[in-house]
Design a protein around this ligand. Structure first.
Ligand SMILES: *[C@@H]1O[C@H](CO)[C@@H](O)[C@H](O)[C@H]1NC(C)=O
Ligand SMILES: *[C@@H]1O[C@H](CO)[C@@H](O)[C@H](O)[C@H]1NC(C)=O
Ligand SMILES: *[C@@H]1O[C@H](CO)[C@@H](O)[C@H](O)[C@H]1NC(C)=O
Length: 375
């Protein structure tokens, strides 16, 4: 009896040892593998992001925020890596010059304008940036003269009506190398308000055929989106880069199915009018911080059942499905980026009022975007 028990224990011990040793080896290989993948992680590019979208059926969501050597939190995606924790102004300038970016357009709501301001601040450190034209609309009314200023558009053709975004404004900034600082380089940066995937805040109605706008003498833009892409931008050198920040306003006015239809519309307008020489990066919607919102907006339900962040994720899912066919094409002008919802959810503590964020957020996104664009 005793012998049998002893034998049994010896047997158990042997099995344990084998399992233990096997475990250790497994663990070691795992650590080595993780180290290797970390080392061999490819440098982030739009091609890698696009590949991920097609293979995993969503924008890349994995990643985390770590403190860099200056104590600043920076985003580290899972699927690829960056050589620097952030882009510096000189690199940004050199990259835009090298990639021959002469015009950049930013589209979005009050969050969108903060990304724009971040880029201007960044470039204004090594270049000299000056305001060319601007229109603030505290009365919620877009300004016709902003769109006619410097273009051949005729004010009598443009129809504007109230928008919902008080903090949205139109602005054009020109950044150039200061005199006596080597080769002249100039880049124009513009922000235009785009609160929805489809809206009628700025449209055109023409009652007489006009030859000054070419073949489409009768052309009417029935939406702000069509006006921007088919008329306003066509009147000047078309932007080389367009950053489209999906707005947080849409969900307050529209249901999911309507937003999806409007995304399809905006995609078709982009494909119709944006030249192949332009890159358009379409960002998903960032997360909100319920506790920081004013009381009147807190705990709001969408379609009577979804909390804000749940609804944003569903909207982003629709956006992804609408855009996915673009990434099977060889040469779509529309490029994907990391999932802004997941990225922003990791730094919810930067939320200032539930919707907007502290400056680090806009800097971090712009830095990662520029680094991806500049590889
Ligand atoms: C660029 O920086 C200068 C000097 O700090 C400042 O006066 C100017 O307003 C800035 N330009 C823009 C467009 O913000
Ligand atoms: C264009 O905008 C600039 C800056 O806002 C302004 O000084 C200029 O008078 C405007 N031109 C026209 C024709 O409205
Ligand atoms: C603008 O349109 C009006 C009305 O169609 C026309 O009388 C005027 O000449 C146009 N102005 C320009 C600069 O084309």
């Amino acid at each position: 009896m005793y012998m049998r028990r002893q034998r049994k224990w010896r047997c158990v011990a042997a099995v344990c040892a084998v399992v233990f040793l096997y475990g250790i080896t497994l663990l070691r290989t795992r650590t080595i593998l993780t180290k290797q993948t970390r080392m061999h992680r490819p440098i982030c590019s739009f091609d890698i992001i696009k590949e991920h979208c097609v293979k995993h059926n969503y924008f890349p969501t994995g990643g985390h925020w770590v403190k860099d050597k200056n104590g600043q939190e920076v985003f580290m995606p899972d699927i690829c890596g960056f050589t620097e924790s952030a882009i510096n102004p000189k690199e940004a300038q050199n990259c835009l010059k090298r990639r021959e970016v002469k015009r950049m357009l930013f589209l979005g709501d009050s969050n969108g304008i903060k990304y724009f301001e971040t880029v201007v601040d960044l470039l204004n450190q090594t270049l000299s940036c000056k305001l060319e034209k601007e229109h603030h609309s505290p009365n919620f009314m877009p300004d016709v003269t902003y769109f006619t200023n410097g273009t051949r558009l005729n004010a009598t053709d443009i129809v504007v009506h109230y928008r919902d975004c008080r903090q949205c404004y139109e602005t054009l900034v020109v950044c150039s190398t200061p005199r006596g600082h080597g080769d002249r380089f100039t880049v124009k940066l513009e922000f235009l308000a785009m609160e929805y995937f489809l809206d009628t805040e700025v449209t055109t109605v023409r009652t007489k055929k006009q030859n000054n706008i070419g073949r489409a003498g009768w052309h009417h833009s029935t939406s702000t989106q069509e006006f921007i892409f088919s008329e306003y931008l066509k009147m000047q050198a078309y932007p080389d880069v367009i950053l489209l920040f999906s707005s947080n306003h849409d969900k307050a006015r529209n249901v999911l199915e309507k937003m999806r239809a409007d995304m399809e519309y905006l995609k078709s307008i982009i494909n119709l009018y944006v030249p192949s020489t332009t890159e358009l990066i379409w960002f998903s919607i960032l997360s909100e911080h319920n506790d920081k919102k004013p009381k009147a907006y807190r705990n709001r339900k969408y379609e009577r059942k979804y909390a804000a962040n749940e609804y944003i994720q569903l909207t982003n899912r629709h956006l992804f499905e609408v855009l996915l066919p673009e990434w099977s094409k060889r040469d779509s002008v529309i490029k994907p980026f990391f999932d802004i919802y997941s990225m922003s959810y990791g730094v919810l503590h930067w939320s200032t009022d539930g919707i907007h964020r502290e400056r680090h957020w806009y800097r971090a996104v712009i830095s990662r975007w520029l680094q991806t664009f500049c590889v």
